[in-house]
Design a protein. Structure first.
Length: 286
């Protein structure tokens, strides 16, 4: 008689290593609001700014961001609150991080806040602090975002996200007067305006400095002091924002690349991903 020996050692599941991934979509119920969930390991965002608000929360891991020239770490339980045109970057801290973001327009936010308050807004909402620790609201944001990503049901999705948006602005934003005067170097203001008007052109530093009547060194120094970014980085961010608009209107990535002043499609794709976390094709499909 043969004895059968059974190995009682429990089998350990071998999990595949995490991979970088980005999910992106636009939600017409919130004015075409852009939504993203992403897992990053090594990806580093170059300094950039958005036309709209950028609101998000971490799910796992840590992210290091430079905002207004100061470095801050964002982790689970934190809200990530970026104002329109606020220059920021991002990189992982010690490994994998996963987070969720939405990019509501200023007009949509003002309309939503008026709905909740039943009165007109007398100013522009803005966030004085960009990373705030609010575990309950961060959890609620991730839950509402997950419902939208998983298509849980229209009523539940809209109610959840509207409630979270109203709570974030009520708890963490202030109202800024609609007309503000920002004291800054006149040459910097002219340089910024020139870049907006000529973002698709091959603008040189000497040319830009001559246009605004200052030296190249002074222009770089004063521009960085005003916007926490160099003129070249600011120009690239402008080009990416213009590219996002053209891609969302259906233009092909190669046509957008040349229309926005990039040398070729590879150069465009590299810069686009460095500032959005996804390829132009993925953004266009969303």
């Amino acid at each position: 008689m043969h004895t059968v020996c059974l190995d009682r050692t429990p089998l350990l599941a071998v999990l595949p290593p995490p991979q970088e991934a980005t999910e992106f979509w636009r939600d017409p119920r919130f004015g075409g609001m852009e939504c993203m969930s992403a897992t990053f390991i090594t990806h580093r965002f170059s300094p950039h700014a958005h036309e709209h608000f950028g609101l998000g929360a971490m799910e796992t891991g840590l992210k290091l961001a430079t905002i207004r020239g100061a470095k801050r770490v964002c982790g689970p339980g934190d809200l990530y609150l970026i104002n329109p045109d606020e220059v920021h970057d991002g990189s992982p801290v010690g490994g994998v991080y996963r987070y969720r973001m939405i990019y509501p327009s200023v007009a949509m936010v003002q309309e939503l806040l008026e709905e909740f308050s039943d009165r007109s807004q007398c100013g522009m909402p803005f966030f004085p602090e960009q990373i705030v620790h609010d575990p309950a609201l961060a959890h609620a944001f991730n839950h509402a975002h997950r419902l939208m990503e998983n298509r849980a049901g229209a009523l539940e999705e809209e109610e959840g996200m509207m409630g979270v948006l109203a709570a974030i602005f009520a708890r963490h934003s202030q109202l800024r007067p609609l007309v503000t005067k920002i004291a800054q170097d006149a040459a910097v203001t002219r340089a910024r305006d020139y870049l907006h008007a000529h973002f698709a052109d091959d603008v040189g530093l000497a040319q830009l400095a001559a246009e605004v009547g200052t030296s190249r060194a002074h222009l770089i120094r004063s521009f960085r002091a005003a916007f926490h970014i160099t003129p070249h980085a600011y120009l690239t961010s402008l080009r990416i924002r213009a590219a996002q608009k053209q891609l969302s209107e259906g233009m092909s990535p190669i046509d957008v690349a040349f229309a926005c002043g990039f040398a070729d499609q590879a150069h465009f794709t590299r810069n686009f991903k460095a500032r959005t976390g996804m390829t132009p094709a993925q953004f266009r499909r969303g």
